[in-house]
Design a protein around this ligand. Structure first.
Ligand code: HEM
Length: 520
């Protein structure tokens, strides 16, 4: 009898917890948002609006091999947001499973909303944290509050100009190896190469070398396993936010868990080896892990003045975070650049001329690439048209009051927020009627905003205190890789290319980027 009672109580508690987290609490949040005047598509339980997001894809209209290629990508990449936005405006509520999200594509609303919220007070949606835990753990992308302040304060100096200088060599080395391979292929008659695959692999190698080193035999194994984990996680068509959806892909989840454990073990052995050689100035490790360990060590020697340092578990998560946040994004900025330069031969020539003028016979390094101004405009214009990070997510940890059109609206504590970067970057109200044209010169007189009529309208690296910590690293890598490619080859688009941008965390060309290469 006692057992039956105990079981009933356990079942009742379980039932209450499940219905509270998947039904009662989201509905409460939703009602509050509706009371504040936010509209949006009607959700159904338990999928929310997820089924509309899966089925309502329009036929890609972005053009193809021989035809016209449009850069007006929002209707193709986010057909559901495109449609809902027409019905409900640039700020509305939609549901991922049982989680309501406030969608924002209005920079003025974004400014008002974020004005009073400090970096440490922002949360990241719990539902995404859980989903991406094997990739980021409690690394900088996901950590919050005082822990975020501590991580950010320790990590920011590792990206200082003097540290970046030391990493430029690895970038040149890996890119040169890639280009030597391309030269070999072209010389043997294979002039068409899928540069997206190649550049992503090289960017992965660069980030692994500069994050945790590849000379240690375990470095290579970590790199291979991280890549395998990324494939495993994103090969399953996951329904984020839908109760029990994890159980739909048990094999992939188990595999990701297993890989995660193996990666942690390997990184642990690298960290332990490093700790032993930390005082050995003969072998200073100029990678991010080495710099973080040094910072930890210096702080201990100085009596811990900088507060609590990163634990070994946190260091492991940061290595994974650098890898996942840092290589696809930069690789895609480069890939989309090569597409646009293949379509705009005049810009290929202009950049080559600039490289000749600015760098000439000098070595390609941190100092020599700094003055490549036009290349900077091109990078901005490419990340506007094809933002590698197509959205930014946040979660309100307190009620946020926004005065909009003289009315106060409240974004309740716990609200998930989804900022549509692609929409803002393609909004003619912000950029003018030439919004979908490739015009790097728009950044000539306004290097930061390219003439966008709102300062929050262009934020490819995010905004506020949580802006991308790897931005300078990524600009340096972009310029080094592009300089070396443009100095070795000219290129045109292969007739086999199909223009089909899609999102898988990042914005990528669905069918790769085949280019026809011509050695210079
Ligand atoms: C073109 C390349 C890149 C793009 C477009 C990009 C974009 C972004 C964006 C949009 C955010 C979110 C900011 C926010 O929430 O406001 C972010 C954060 C972050 N990025 Fe990047 N990123 C790039 C390269 C890199 C690289 C190379 C690294 C590391 C080596 C990196 C590491 C991070 C980290 C750790 C964060 C979290 C920062 C924080 O929350 O404090 N990113 N990035």
């Amino acid at each position: 009898m006692d057992f039956v009672w105990a079981l009933s109580i356990v079942m009742a508690v379980l039932f209450w917890r499940i219905s509270n987290s998947w039904w009662i609490s989201p509905i409460r949040k939703y009602r509050k948002l509706r009371r504040n005047g936010f509209g949006g598509p009607s959700p159904s339980f338990p999928l929310g609006n997820t089924s509309d997001m899966k089925t309502n894809t329009v036929t890609p209209n972005c053009g193809s091999s021989n035809g016209f290629i449009t850069h007006d990508i929002h209707p193709t990449v986010f057909p559901y947001f495109h449609r809902w936005q027409k019905l409900h405006g640039k700020v509305f509520v939609y549901w991922l499973g049982t989680e309501p999200f406030l969608y924002i594509a209005e920079p003025e609303f974004l400014r008002k909303m974020s004005a009073g919220v400090m970096g440490k007070s922002w949360g990241k949606p719990n539902v995404l944290k859980n989903d991406r835990a094997p990739m980021f753990g409690n690394g900088l992308v996901m950590v919050e509050g005082d822990d975020w302040v501590r991580h950010r304060r320790l990590i920011t100096p590792t990206f200082s100009p003097s540290n970046l200088k030391g990493m430029a060599y690895s970038m040149v080395e890996s890119t040169t190896n890639m280009l030597n391979k391309w030269t070999g292929l072209v010389n043997s008659g294979q002039i068409e190469i899928d540069v997206e695959r190649e550049i992503t692999a090289t960017a992965g190698e660069i980030i692994a070398k500069t994050s945790f080193g590849m000379s240690h035999q375990n470095g290579k194994r970590v790199f291979q396993k991280l890549k395998a984990m990324q494939l495993t996680l994103f090969n399953s068509n996951r329904l984020v936010g839908v109760p029990f959806s994890k159980f739909l892909y048990p094999k992939q989840n188990l595999e990701a868990k297993k890989l995660g454990k193996e990666i942690d073990q390997l990184l642990l052995s690298i960290i332990n080896d490093r700790k032993e050689s930390i005082d050995d100035d003969e072998c200073p490790h100029q990678d991010l892990l080495g710099l973080l360990l040094k910072a930890n060590n210096n702080n201990n020697e100085n009596g811990g003045g900088l507060g609590k340092m990163l634990t070994t578990r946190e260091l492991i998560d940061e290595c994974k975070t650098f890898f996942f946040a840092g290589h696809d994004t930069t690789a895609l900025a480069l890939t989309w650049t090569l597409l646009l330069l293949a379509l705009h031969q005049d810009w290929q020539t202009q950049l080559r001329d600039e490289i000749r003028e600015v760098i000439g016979d000098k070595q390609v390094d941190f100092a020599s690439i700094a003055s490549l101004k036009k290349m900077g405009w091109v990078m901005n214009e490419v990340t506007r048209l094809y933002s590698p990070a197509p959205n930014i997510q946040r979660q309100a940890r307190e009620d946020i009051r926004v005065v909009d059109d003289e009315e106060e609206v409240v974004i309740p504590k716990g609200t998930n927020i989804w900022i549509d970067v692609v929409k803002m970057n393609h909004d003619p109200c912000l950029w003018g009627n030439d919004v979908n044209e490739f015009k790097p010169e728009r950044f000539k007189d306004d290097i930061l905003y390219g003439g966008c009529n709102h300062k929050m309208g262009f934020s490819p690296f995010g905004f506020g205190g949580r802006m991308c910590v790897g931005r300078n690293f990524s600009v340096m890598q972009y310029k080094i890789v592009l300089t070396l490619i443009l100095s070795t080859f000219s290129f045109t688009l292969s007739p086999t290319y199909t223009h089909s941008p899609c999102t898988l965390l990042t914005l990528r060309p669905k069918h790769g980027l085949p280019l026809i290469l011509q050695p210079l």
